[in-house]
Design a protein around this ligand. Structure first.
Ligand code: GCU
Length: 608
């Protein structure tokens, strides 16, 4: 089968940012044989990037001589005459994965460059094998060096990337150095303004992956669009001799096993009919163990099969109408006041969502770590995943577009086999303009070409209806190109008081499902007052009651993800004694206590 356009787009994750060594996104790093580099890493804070730029502001990694002042060289003075103005061995350590803001008080507000170093020995198990270093995510820009050699760089704080290190790796005394820069930039994605903490650092797992000379680098295995019994996809080998190779795909529980032969590009596409599939759903999150064999290499994965689509006002899961009982979540462990990064963090957040009665979560506003998605698969929670095109990014800027598409493609590539992921969201609360509509429609076309099995949407904003007092609508051209009309509304918080809900009606003409991607209001846990006392639990409780009544009247309403599961850090929230750097719209406080509104939503979801 020829490589069709869609598969080509899943493959194109590789090309965009080749610097020194091509970046590779390896599918299913989590269950591969690997050596973790997690743990204590040395770090050097370098606000003036002295270790990177010389005094003429020229990058030191473009010099063609050994520069001891380049921190990626990890130089050491070897005699008393020598001048080296940094020393990792004398520098502090922090835990990786982890953000620097919650680990070093001096870095709580820090936005800039920090250098990280990890030394390690590595003995290959087979001389002919290849070796990769893989990062789950680094916020925001990572320049990566091994033994003084530049591997490359990656931009985007929430998606995986990696580099092949086979040729540079030594059996002993390797030093991996990462320059991490989380400075916000106007042309970046996200841009300078966001309502979450700009946690910096190597925020997810770092692993060394060893593979055979030609190995299974990527695969897609899902139900074909609109089909309940055709499983389709591909397996792709990477390496020198990948043509005409036999790989075996097995799903033992289905009694299925098939030998596939790769084409000249190492690619083997397939489609096969399986009549007895137990579909994945929140009620029965059925996952099948799957085995891919390539010569001596074995890849295991757990994959669910489900159909998701829209029809008129309905969202259909496995052909049945479903109501998305959701909550929005930031990738933060509020108890630690830092970026969430591990299975325990994911379990805590998704268990809270389950307690709320959720069958759906909106992971805002960027791709969360892979543990969240795999646990959502296991726990039966449907997922909205979002690309960090947030508020006023530079829509007319081509570099910005490329960054947005690249992050989208990395997110889709990593999670394409997750049955929990039902919606790809392109953006959040972006201002109307021709450049913006062109930009987002281009992302939508890319998404539909890459994956036609999932729903596409974006969190839009609302507006009034000319001449109709108290009537609201979504006056956004994007409503024509998305599958679901999703919007954020803050009646009772940013506009009016909760009673305004009683005077509000909605006019949404499209024959499409509607999801309320955000509504809510702030409350400080333990602060009590009457329902008109802002910041009190009673105000938030009342706001939820009024909003749920109002929204329930929208005929196309098929789901919601109120803002937000737990209080989260935000540099925009400055009210002393109440906010203190926290957005308080959580239904759970930063100490894990449930607010009164939690039970209002819990009760409502029992009726759905
Ligand atoms: C916005 C935005 C969120 C923000 C929330 C708030 O709608 O999407 O990122 O945190 O409102 O103001 O609390």
């Amino acid at each position: 089968m020829k490589v069709n356009k869609r598969i080509f787009l899943f493959l194109s994750v590789i090309a965009v940012s080749v610097v020194c060594f091509p970046q590779q996104v390896i599918q299913n790093v989590i269950s591969r044989e690997k050596t973790s580099l997690n743990g204590k890493w040395k770090y050097i804070v370098d606000p003036y990037e002295t270790g990177y730029y010389n005094y003429r502001q020229q990058p030191r990694d473009e010099e063609n001589y050994f520069d001891p002042d380049a921190i990626f060289n990890n130089a050491k003075a070897t005699d008393k005459t020598q001048k080296v103005e940094y020393d990792f061995d004398l520098s502090p350590t922090m835990n990786i994965p982890g953000d620097w803001n919650s680990q070093d008080d001096k870095l709580f507000y820090y936005e800039g460059t920090v250098w990280f170093k990890k030394s390690f020995d590595y003995a290959k198990s087979e001389p002919g094998n290849r070796v990769y270093v893989n990062f789950g995510a680094v916020n925001y820009r990572a320049d990566v060096y091994l033994n003084g050699k530049k591997l490359g760089f990656h931009e985007g704080g929430f998606t995986p990337f990696g580099f092949e290190i086979t040729k540079i790796l030594k059996p002993k005394d390797n030093f991996l150095i990462v320059k991490v820069d989380n400075k916000r930039r106007r042309d970046a994605v996200p841009t300078v303004n966001a309502d979450w903490w700009n946690y910096g650092g190597i925020t997810r797992d770092v692993d060394i992956i060893e593979t055979p000379a030609s190995f299974v680098i990527d695969y897609l295995i899902q139900l074909k669009k609109d089909s309940g019994n055709v499983i389709s996809g591909y397996i792709r080998l990477d390496g020198i001799s990948v043509s005409g190779k036999t790989v075996t795909l097995s799903i033992p529980e289905m009694g299925f096993s098939r030998n596939l032969v790769t084409d000249e590009k190492g690619y083997a596409g397939f489609e096969f009919v399986i009549n007895k599939i137990t579909y994945w759903s929140p009620e029965n999150p059925k996952l099948y163990n799957l085995v891919i064999k390539n010569d001596k290499e074995t890849i295991n994965d757990r994959i669910g099969f489900r159909m998701i689509s829209v029809k008129g006002h309905d969202i259909l899961l496995n052909g049945q109408p479903v109501f998305l009982k959701g909550i929005s979540i930031h990738e933060e462990n509020p108890l630690r006041g830092g970026r969430a990064y591990c299975i325990e963090d994911a379990r805590m957040l998704l268990t809270w969502a389950k307690e709320l009665g959720c069958n759906f979560v909106r992971l805002a506003h960027y791709p969360h770590n892979e543990y969240m998605l795999r646990l959502a698969d296991e726990m039966g929670i449907m997922v909205w995943e979002e690309n960090p095109v947030y508020w006023s990014i530079m829509f007319e800027n081509e570099t910005t577009y490329n960054l947005a598409e690249k992050q989208l493609s990395e997110m889709m590539s990593r999670d394409k086999n997750r049955s929990s992921v039902i919606i790809w969201s392109m953006a959040n609360e972006t201002p109307l303009s021709n450049a913006r509509i062109k930009f987002i429609n281009k992302l939508i076309s890319y998404t539909r070409l890459t994956d036609n099995t999932r729903i596409v949407s974006a969190a839009m904003e609302i507006s009034g209806v000319e001449g109709k007092e108290g009537v609201l609508t979504v006056n956004d051209p994007l409503v024509e190109s998305v599958d679901i009309i999703s919007f954020n509304e803050y009646i009772g918080w940013y506009s009016g008081l909760p009673d305004a809900c009683k005077e509000t009606t909605w006019e949404i003409k499209q024959d499409k499902p509607v999801i309320i991607s955000e509504f809510g209001g702030d409350a400080l846990y333990g602060m009590h007052g009457d329902t008109l006392t802002r910041w009190s639990e009673e105000y938030q409780e009342n706001l939820y009651k009024k909003n749920l009544d109002m929204l329930g009247k929208i005929p196309q309403l098929r789901g919601m993800s109120p803002w937000i599961l737990a209080d989260f850090r935000s540099p925009r929230r400055l009210l002393p004694g109440i906010q203190d750097g926290w957005n308080r719209k959580g239904l759970i406080s930063e100490k894990g206590y449930k607010k009164k509104a939690f039970y209002i939503l819990q009760k409502y979801y029992k009726t759905k």
